[in-house]
Write a protein that binds this ligand. Sequence first.
Ligand SMILES: Nc1ncnc2c1ncn2[C@@H]1O[C@H](COP(=O)(O)OP(=O)(O)OP(=O)(O)O)[C@@H](O)[C@H]1O
Length: 461
Amino acid sequence: MKDKNAAILVVDDNEDILFAADLLLKKSFAKVDTLASPATIDQQLQQHDYDVVLLDMNFTQDASSGKEGLAILQRIKAEHPDIEVVLITAYGGMELAIEAMKLGAGDFVVKPWHNERLLTTVHSALERRRTRHKIQVLEQTQVQLVEQAYQDFDEFIGNSDAMQAIKETIQRAASTDANILLTGESGTGKGVAAHTIHKLSKRYDKPFMGVDVGALTESLFESELFGHKKGAFTGADNDQVGRFEAAQNGTLFLDEIGNLALSLQVKLLGALQNRQIVPVGGRKAIDVDIRLICATNDNLQDSVSAGQFRQDLLYRINTVEIRLPALRERRQDIPLLVDYFLRRYAKKYRREPLRVSDNAMQMLSDWHWPGNVRELQHLMERATILTSGDDLSTELLFPNGQPASPELEQATPLTTLNLEELEKQAVLNAMRSVEGNISKAAKVLGINRASLYRRLNKFEL
Ligand SMILES: Nc1ncnc2c1ncn2[C@@H]1O[C@H](COP(=O)(O)OP(=O)(O)OP(=O)(O)O)[C@@H](O)[C@H]1O
């Protein structure tokens, strides 16, 4: 059977050899190209994605030292380390072949070759390359899985009618492969819902890859999602597997999808429609099988009307739409969440969970929670750390009739004229005023999310 994904290049100055190799290999491999001179090999490798190069060792007339072949081999391996090079040597060139293998050649065949032996050699070279790629995907998937394992993936708490309806929809939608769009204010649990869907789906034992697309600059977007080839741009020192491929057979969670620039929406749509991605600097399309979940706190239909979001992309991502209600719309869940977070932080800070009086619970239930569950969670953590007694103190929780969550503290007055310091204080104040929501803080500051992330890093905030 023909290997429909294999691309082979044969480089030899002997036309007869090229003809014979082409005839033989074409029966087994989809793409076979030949080159009679190594002069244009660099160009050829730039323009095509070869898996295996069969390379003669000598090109100048009467040359037999093999030095030319070794030099070309080194060049290929330096620029395209993942290409398998198989050397074609004349009988007796064993020492040379061994030296070549030390320089990265995968194997060699001796001229005149046996057809069966040549085919086996090329098949094995292909297998080595594919195995290496699989390992690369697995390694990068593992790195990303470990990163995600360190984040808190909470149970999905909530018993209110609204939450029960949502849990039912999630249960039903999870078992299908339908694309899901999660909407709702910041902190309502869209991330938790996405994880829950993945855990309940038949892909539960495959990767869950999350990407905050709103934080990606245009130039980073493609490389992060589709991967890149070594040398595709300055700083691309190695091949990099993108999130689409790392999520293979699992779930891809695109958070803050509403912040995606229009130019990138086209690229995302293309990948979703074709179920294929092409790494930056690569030529071969890679099939991807992922379940897509997107989240946004924007109203995407409004964004479509305003010309900021593509209608066709919205149709593609919102097969099932689930709206997470604000916490103030499901106040019945507040006691449950208070209890859950107090227990959780008691465990974390090695103490007994704080007791909550009826009065304190009433105050918590009455608050309108602009930061939703995230705000409640922060408040419970803060109370657990700061309370020395056994009871959750209402004075500590609501010193001025408002939660004493750091996000609602007064903005720091600007006390300096140092530009750098002013910038830092502006970032801090913006983050506080929107209880840590990156999208909102970026809007307040009049910059995009990526620029805000850069500043948060710079100021170590
Ligand atoms: N139902 C819930 N049960 C338990 N924890 C929850 C629930 N909803 C939210 N949380 C917690 O609240 C915090 C915010 O949740 P999450 O990040 O999922 O919200 P989000 O809607 O995705 O917010 P954003 O739009 O800002 O990304 C997280 O720490 C999460 O663990």
